[in-house]
Design a protein. Structure first.
Length: 436
């Protein structure tokens, strides 16, 4: 069978392929988005769901994944509506407001993100190789991420994450299939396969919907497709295929982890409260499917967390750097000499900030007050983004091919309402934590 024609080049600009095979060959940013968007907290969320409800809440994750697909696709359409960065587009609705708001959110995210994921990655490596000391291993993990993102930039990050992604997804699928062979697994699947509503409250459902997939990754997706030169409306089919595969992988991850939780823990009243419980589960797998099962779990866990390190560092650096670039250059941020670049001082400064913050917070612990403030502010990223997309993508200045349809407006409205409600809940929880 003949190979698909490559993307064609005209006047130095790459044009989008017209065949499915040609589009499939170009996917990549969506894989980075998928791997950056899931981490240890998502493993805890999905496995807890399986432990408590079996497979009955798979529909909840599905709804959340669909809504985040809608947001990501709208972000991509905004990006392709003109050769400007995401934050430059957002200055059309509110001037400097969005760059300032997102900069504050990303600085707070960056303050705590690295410390958490680097510490967990190091703990997993110690579980696999007990002789490894904590701090030297943590520094090596941190430097490897900073170097890959800062020197290799997007292209090498994409290739590295695809390699880890293959390990991760084959590992979790193999693990789910393995535990399905255990005692009572088929019975649990049969009893819980029918979708149900949690017997607690609607807040549980909405929190689970918002739980799988990250806000910064959705923002960063626009920068990753810029790196691939997907900068005009003819790339829309490629972007949609890329995102369909991305969120398909997130769905596989959520279902597989939910299944592992269901087949191992359902009906036992066991709650996975933190990362230590995940290590306890790894140890318990020895008696069920042998030492190989434990290693598969730990290696999959490592791939999940380390890809979130790479994707998170890349995403936070891009968004933070673009906020700084726009604020420094506004209203001339779109002049050719101020082009958003991963070699810019803003981008590399953001990586230095991430690295220093990671080591600082790891050595000091996570101050409770700052954690609560970070959680409250970062919770507003998605509803604010949904509002901006509703306004900007309905304007006549946007090419007709990239404007919102009625379906887009309706789904973005649902995103605004849902994620706005979740943000209000997070603010309430943070305030109660601060005063209590």
């Amino acid at each position: 069978m003949p190979s698909a024609p490559p993307a064609q080049t005209t006047g130095g600009a790459t044009s989008a392929p017209s065949t499915f095979a040609g589009r499939l060959r170009l996917i990549g940013p969506g894989i980075v988005l998928a791997l950056a968007s899931v981490g240890a907290s998502d493993m805890i969320t999905t496995m807890n769901s399986g432990a408590e409800y079996g497979l009955a809440l798979v529909w909840v994750f599905t709804v959340g994944i669909i809504l985040k697909f809608v947001l990501s696709e709208a972000v991509a359409r905004l990006q392709m509506s003109g050769d400007r960065s995401l934050l430059s587009h957002l200055t059309r609705f509110g001037g400097r407001t969005f760059p300032v708001a997102f900069l504050i959110a990303e600085l707070l995210v960056g303050l705590f993100f690295g410390a958490g994921v680097i510490a967990v990655t190091t703990n997993i490596l110690q579980a696999i190789f007990p002789v490894l000391p904590f701090w030297p291993t943590a520094v090596v993990v941190l430097l490897s991420a900073a170097v890959l993102v800062g020197i290799g930039r997007y292209g090498i990050v994409e290739k590295a994450m695809m390699g880890f992604g293959i390990i991760m997804f084959f590992g979790i699928i193999a693990l789910a299939v393995s535990v399905f062979q255990g005692q009572n697994a088929q019975q649990v699947a049969a009893e819980t396969i029918i979708p149900t509503f949690p017997n607690t409250s609607i807040i549980t459902v909405m929190s689970l919907i918002g739980g799988v997939g990250g806000a910064t990754g959705i923002l960063a997706y626009s920068f990753w497709i810029r790196e691939k030169s997907w900068r005009s409306e003819d790339w829309k089919p490629v972007v949609r295929l890329d995102l369909f595969i991305s969120y398909g992988l997130v769905f596989v991850f959520a279902v597989a982890m939910s299944a592992v939780g269901a087949f191992i823990l359902y009906g036992q009243g066991f709650t996975i409260a933190d990362n230590d419980a995940l290590f306890a589960i790894a140890d318990s797998l020895v008696s069920r499917i042998g030492e190989t099962g434990r290693l598969i779990f730990l290696i999959s866990f490592l791939a999940v967390v380390y890809t979130s390190v790479l994707g998170g560092f890349s995403g936070i650096a891009y968004v933070t750097a673009d906020c700084l670039r726009v604020l420094r250059r506004y209203p001339d941020q779109d002049a050719p000499e101020h082009e958003m670049s991963a070699t810019s001082v803003e981008f590399r400064g953001a990586l230095v900030y991430l690295s220093v913050a990671t080591l600082g917070i790891m050595s000091l612990g996570q101050p409770v007050t700052l954690v609560l403030v970070y959680a409250a502010i970062s919770a507003f990223i998605l509803p604010v983004l949904a509002l901006a997309l509703l306004v900007i993508l309905n304007r006549s200045s946007v090419p007709a091919e990239l404007r919102n349809t009625k379906w887009s407006n309706g789904l973005l409205g649902i995103c605004l309402a849902l994620f706005g409600f979740l943000a209000a809940l997070q603010v309430k929880e943070s305030v109660m934590g601060l005063i209590g």
